[in-house]
Design a protein around this ligand. Structure first.
Ligand code: NAG
Ligand code: NAG
Ligand code: NAG
Ligand code: NAG
Ligand code: NAG
Ligand code: NAG
Ligand code: NAG
Ligand code: NAG
Ligand code: NAG
Ligand code: NAG
Ligand code: NAG
Ligand code: NAG
Length: 760
C-alpha cells in the first residue's frame, strides 16, 4: 500500500495515511452531494497502481458497472479524482469552481450513467499547484471550509503535488527555541499574517503595525494538520517547508561566532524590515537547524512526503557570485536536507533566474545547481513558463527534473487575461524537447478570476496534443451555466469573443493579468500603456469585450433565470468590471488630452472628470453585490481569526492588527507604501472608499491648474492623505453589505452609466 509503512505521531493524519484508500473520494462525494456516494464505485487498479518513489503517468477509466454504479478505476487516488471530474464535466455537466463554490448539486436527481467507457491518461506524473506567495495573497485568512473547497478543487483537477506552507511559523518557533533563542527573540523576526510569504523567502523580517501573536502561530499549525490530512486522503503529496537559513537577528547574540551575512535589500523597504540575517549553510548550526525543522515535521505529521520547498535567493542575490561559493551553498543545504530525511527532494522556485537574470548568468546557475550532486534530489519549478521560460537557456536546468508552470497572475490582480496558445502548445512542445520535464503546474501569485485558464493547463496534463480551445470554451460554457435555466446561444458567443480577444494575448511585452488604471494612484503620467507583469496595455480591441458583455446581457434577456445562477452572476460582474476598466482608461486619456491641449471646441475637462467619477460610483455597488468582489469579507475573514480564540481584551487589538494587515496588503503594501498598489483589487468598498477619493482629490486639483503650474508634490500629498486614512482598522471604511442583487444594480446604475459614457 502506498503509505503503509509510515509511522506517524498525529492521530488524524496517521488514519488518513494508513488508509491509502479510496475513502477520500467517497468522502468528497458525500461533502458535495450528500447521500450520493453509493452511486459511485472507486477502485485502485492494482495493475497500474503507481507508487510515489517512482512517479509514473496516471490512468483512469469511467464506465457503468453491471450493477449500475458509476465505476471509476485508476492508477492512483489522484487519477480517481481526475476521472470523477471527467464524469462530472463531460457526462453530468457540472463542476466545482473558485469563488462560486460547488455546482455539483445542480446534478439531476438521477445521476446520468456513462454509455461507454471513457479513459484518460496523464502525460506527466506530477501536477503541481501554488506559489509561495499565494499563501499570502489569497489564503492568509482562510477558514477550514475555504480550504476544503480548494482541496476538493485541486483533487478534481488532478493536482497531486501541492505546496503546504500553512503554519510553518510553529515549526520555526520550536526550532529556534530548541537552539536556545527565547520567544521574545524569535517573534520579532516574523512578518504579519498577510506578509508571511516574504519572510519565508528572506525578503522581509519583522512586522509593521504589531507583532505576530502566538495565537496565530498555534491556530495556523492546527489548520495545517487538517490540510495535510485532507491532501493525503485526496491522493496529493504535500510539499513541506524546510530551513532556508534566514534567522532572527538575535541569533548572533546567542551564537556570536555564527557565520551570517546581512545586506539584502528588498524593494524599498527600510533596513528594519529587510536586511535579513542569513546563516551560511557551511555553519554547523545550519545543519542542526535543518535537522530540527525536518524532524519536527516528521514528528508532527509523519513521514508523509519527500518534497521540501526551499528558496534562499528569491529576489535576493547571494552574498557572492563566486562559483565555488554558490556550489558550496547548495551542497551544504542539500546535505543538511538529506541528513535530516534521506529521501528528501529539494523543490525550488526558479523565479530568481527570471527576476534577477543580471546576477544569474548561466555559469552561476550551473554552479549553483551542481551543488546538488544527485539530479533526482532536486525539482525546479520553471515558474513563469508561458511568458519567461528559463528551461531552454539552462538546458533543462542542467538535467534537474523540472515542472512547466503557468504563473498568469501577479498580486491577485483581476483583468480578463489568457495566453491560450502558450499554455496549450508550449507545454506539449517542452515535453517533446526536454527529457527531465516531469510535471505541469500552476504558480499564480494570487488566485483570481480567469479560472478557465487554470483549468486549461491542468487538463492539458491529460492530453498528448494541444487542446482545441474553441471546443474547450464551448464545453466550459455548457457546464459552467448548468442550473435552473436554459443556456442561450449568446453565452457561447460571449465566450468565443473573449477567447479570441482577452484570452488570446500574443504580445508578451505585456505578459500577465492586466490591471485597471483606476486602481493606481492617480497621476498625469505612467498609468496607461504599462507593460510587463502588471500591464495596463489593452492588447485587444476593447469593443470586442463590450460585444461579449452585450451578449452576456442579452442572454439574460432571453433567459431571466440566469440572474439567479451563481456562475452567471459572477461572470457578468467580472466582464462588466473589465468593460469599466477599459472605459476608464480611454476616458482618462481623453481627459489628459484636453488638459494638456486646451481647446474650446472639445468636450470640457470637467465633463471627462464627471465621467470618470460616474464610472467609479456605479462600479462600486455592482462589485459589492457579490462577496467575492467585495472588500468586507476579506476584512471580516481577517478579524474572525482573531476573535475565533478570544483572549480577553487583547482579541480586539489582535483583530485590528489582522485587519490592518488585510487593508495594507491590497493598498500600500508596506508601512510607507513601499510597493503601493501592487496587490490592488477591483472590489466593492475599495473602489468607492479608496480609489474614488484618490481620484476625487486628483481631479479636483487638475481642474484648477494648467500643466505648467502642476506640482507633483502637492498632488502626492493629497493622495497620500487618502491612502493613510484607509489603513486604520475599525474605521468601517469600504465596508459594504453584499446584497446579491446583481440585476438590480445593473439596471439602476450600470446601464445608465455605460449609456452616459457612450458605450451603449
Ligand atoms: C515502486 O515501483 C518501482 C518500479 O515500478 C518498484 O521497483 C518498487 O518496488 C515499487 N515500490 C513499492 C513500495 O511498491
Ligand atoms: C487496469 O489497468 C490495465 C492496464 O492499463 C487495464 O488493461 C485494465 O483495463 C484496467 N482495469 C480497469 C478495471 O480499468
Ligand atoms: C446514453 O444514451 C441514451 C440513449 O441513446 C441517451 O439518451 C443518453 O443521453 C446517453 N447518456 C449520456 C450520458 O450520454
Ligand atoms: C541550550 O541550552 C541548554 C541548557 O543550557 C544546553 O544544554 C544546550 O546545549 C543548548 N543548546 C544549544 C544548541 O546550544
Ligand atoms: C568565538 O570565537 C572566539 C575566537 O575564536 C572564541 O574565543 C570564542 O570562545 C568563541 N565563542 C563561542 C561562543 O563559541
Ligand atoms: C543590516 O543588519 C546588520 C546586522 O544586524 C547591521 O550590522 C547592518 O548595519 C544593517 N544594515 C543596515 C543598512 O542597516
Ligand atoms: C567550499 O567548501 C569547501 C569545503 O567545505 C571549502 O574548502 C572551500 O573553501 C569552499 N569554497 C568556497 C569558495 O567557499
Ligand atoms: C521517509 O520515507 C522515505 C521514502 O520512503 C525514506 O527514504 C526516508 O528514509 C524516510 N525518512 C525517515 C526519516 O524515516
Ligand atoms: C507564446 O505564443 C506566441 C504566439 O502565440 C509566441 O510568439 C511566443 O513565442 C510564445 N511565448 C513563449 C514564451 O513561448
Ligand atoms: C490569437 O492571435 C494570434 C495573433 O494575432 C492569431 O494568429 C491567432 O489566430 C489568434 N488565435 C485565436 C484563437 O484567436
Ligand atoms: C506589443 O506591445 C508593445 C507595448 O504595448 C507595443 O509597443 C508593440 O508595438 C506591440 N507589438 C506588436 C507586434 O503589436
Ligand atoms: C507620478 O508618477 C511618477 C513616476 O512614477 C512619480 O515620480 C510621481 O511622483 C507621480 N506623481 C504622483 C502624484 O503620484
Amino acid at each position: 500500500m502506498r503509505f503503509a509503512s509510515v509511522a506517524c505521531a498525529l492521530g488524524s493524519i496517521a488514519t488518513a495515511v494508513a488508509a491509502a484508500s479510496t475513502q477520500g473520494l467517497y468522502d468528497l462525494v458525500e461533502r458535495r452531494l450528500p447521500g450520493r456516494s453509493h452511486d459511485f464505485a472507486f477502485e485502485l487498479n492494482e495493475t497500474v497502481h503507481v507508487n510515489r518513489t517512482t512517479p509514473q503517468n496516471d490512468h483512469y477509466t469511467v464506465s457503468t458497472a453491471s450493477n449500475g454504479s458509476i465505476a471509476i478505476s485508476a492508477s492512483s487516488v489522484s487519477a480517481l479524482a481526475t476521472g470523477l471530474r471527467r464524469y462530472f464535466v463531460d457526462i453530468a455537466h457540472v463542476d466545482l469552481y473558485w469563488f462560486i463554490g460547488s455546482r455539483l448539486d445542480q446534478l439531476p436527481p438521477t445521476l446520468p450513467r456513462p454509455n461507454s467507457t471513457i479513459t484518460g491518461a496523464s502525460i506527466v506524473p506530477w501536477r503541481y499547484f501554488f506559489n509561495t506567495v499565494t499563501f499570502s495573497y489569497t489564503t492568509p485568512f482562510w477558514s477550514w471550509s475555504d480550504w476544503e473547497l480548494e482541496l476538493d478543487w485541486l483533487a478534481l483537477h488532478g493536482v497531486n503535488l501541492p505546496l503546504a506552507w500553512v503554519g510553518f511559523e510553529k515549526i520555526l518557533l520550536d526550532a529556534f527555541q530548541e537552539v536556545n533563542l527565547t520567544t521574545s527573540q524569535i517573534l520579532p523576526f516574523f512578518s504579519g499574517p498577510a506578509f508571511q510569504a516574504w519572510n519565508r523567502f528572506g525578503n522581509t523580517q519583522g512586522s509593521w503595525g504589531g507583532e505576530l501573536p502566538l495565537q496565530w502561530i498555534d491556530q495556523q499549525f492546527e489548520l495545517q494538520q487538517k490540510i495535510l490530512s485532507r491532501m493525503l486522503e485526496l491522493g496529493m503529496t504535500p510539499i513541506l517547508p524546510a530551513f532556508t537559513g534566514f534567522v532572527p537577528r538575535a541569533l548572533v547574540d546567542v551564537y556570536p561566532n555564527a557565520t551570517v551575512v546581512n545586506g539584502s535589500q528588498w524593494e524599498d523597504f527600510p533596513p528594519e524590515f529587510t536586511n535579513t540575517t542569513f546563516l551560511e549553510p557551511s555553519d554547523p548550526l545550519f545543519s542542526e537547524l535543518q535537522n530540527i525543522v525536518v524532524t519536527k515535521q516528521l514528528d508532527y505529521y509523519g513521514n508523509i512526503t519527500q518534497f521540501y520547498t526551499l528558496d534562499q535567493y528569491n529576489e535576493n542575490d547571494p552574498y557572492s557570485g563566486d562559483l565555488g561559493y554558490l556550489r558550496n551553498v547548495t551542497r551544504g543545504t542539500w546535505q543538511s536536507l538529506k541528513a535530516a530525511n534521506p529521501g528528501a527532494v529539494w523543490v525550488m522556485q526558479g523565479w530568481l533566474f527570471t527576476s534577477n537574470a543580471d546576477f544569474w548568468t548561466n555559469e552561476r546557475i550551473e554552479a549553483y545547481l551542481s551543488g546538488v550532486e544527485v539530479d533526482e534530489d532536486m525539482l525546479v519549478l520553471d515558474l513563469f513558463s508561458e511568458s519567461q521560460p528559463q528551461w531552454q537557456r539552462t538546458d533543462s536546468y542542467y538535467g534537474k527534473p523540472w515542472i512547466w508552470n503557468q504563473l498568469h497572475d501577479y498580486g491577485g490582480n483581476q483583468g480578463l487575461y489568457g495566453q491560450i496558445d502558450n499554455v496549450t502548445v508550449n507545454p506539449i512542445s517542452a515535453l517533446a524537447n526536454s527529457s527531465s520535464l516531469v510535471g505541469f503546474g500552476l504558480t499564480p501569485e494570487g488566485q483570481e478570476g480567469n479560472e478557465i485558464m487554470y483549468a486549461l493547463l491542468l487538463d492539458q496534463a491529460w492530453s498528448p496534443t494541444p487542446i482545441d480551445t474553441a471546443a474547450y470554451f464551448q464545453s466550459w460554457v455548457r457546464t459552467r451555466y448548468t442550473g435552473n435555466n436554459s443556456i442561450p446561444p449568446q453565452l457561447y458567443t460571449a465566450w468565443e469573443l473573449l477567447r479570441t480577444s482577452a484570452y488570446n494575448n500574443t504580445n508578451l511585452t505585456s505578459n500577465a493579468v492586466s490591471k485597471a488604471i483606476f486602481e493606481l494612484a492617480p497621476n498625469t503620467t505612467h498609468l496607461t500603456n504599462r507593460t510587463g507583469h502588471h500591464p495596463t496595455t489593452i492588447n485587444y480591441d476593447p469593443a470586442v469585450v463590450v460585444d461579449a458583455w452585450k451578449n452576456l446581457y442579452a442572454a439574460a434577456a432571453t433567459e431571466p433565470a440566469l440572474w439567479t445562477n451563481a456562475a452567471y452572476k459572477h461572470d457578468f460582474v467580472d466582464v462588466t468590471r473589465q468593460v469599466y476598466s477599459n472605459a476608464f482608461a480611454s476616458t482618462y486619456a481623453d481627459l489628459l488630452d484636453v488638459w494638456t491641449h486646451p481647446n474650446s471646441t472639445a468636450r470640457p475637462l470637467a465633463a471627462h472628470a464627471a465621467s470618470l467619477l460616474l464610472l467609479l460610483r456605479s462600479l462600486d455597488p455592482l462589485l459589492a453585490t457579490l462577496p467575492q468582489f467585495n472588500l468586507a469579507p476579506w476584512l471580516a475573514s481577517a478579524r474572525t481569526l482573531a476573535l475565533a480564540t478570544p483572549n480577553g481584551s487583547t482579541s480586539a487589538v489582535v483583530a485590528d492588527f489582522y485587519e490592518y494587515n488585510a487593508r495594507n496588503q491590497i493598498t500600500r503594501w508596506g508601512p510607507h507604501g513601499e510597493i503601493n498598489d501592487y496587490a490592488s483589487k477591483s472590489w466593492g468598498g475599495l473602489v468607492g472608499d479608496y480609489y474614488l477619493p484618490r481620484w476625487l482629490v486628483f481631479l479636483e486639483y487638475l481642474g484648477g491648474v494648467t500643466p505648467a503650474a502642476y506640482e507633483d508634490g502637492a498632488v502626492r500629498a493629497r493622495i497620500e492623505g487618502v491612502e493613510a486614512g484607509f489603513q486604520v482598522a475599525g474605521s468601517g471604511l469600504g465596508v459594504r453589505e453584499s446584497s446579491g442583487d446583481v440585476r438590480g444594480v445593473v439596471e439602476s446604475a450600470v446601464v445608465p452609466a455605460l449609456r452616459e459614457v457612450g458605450l451603449l
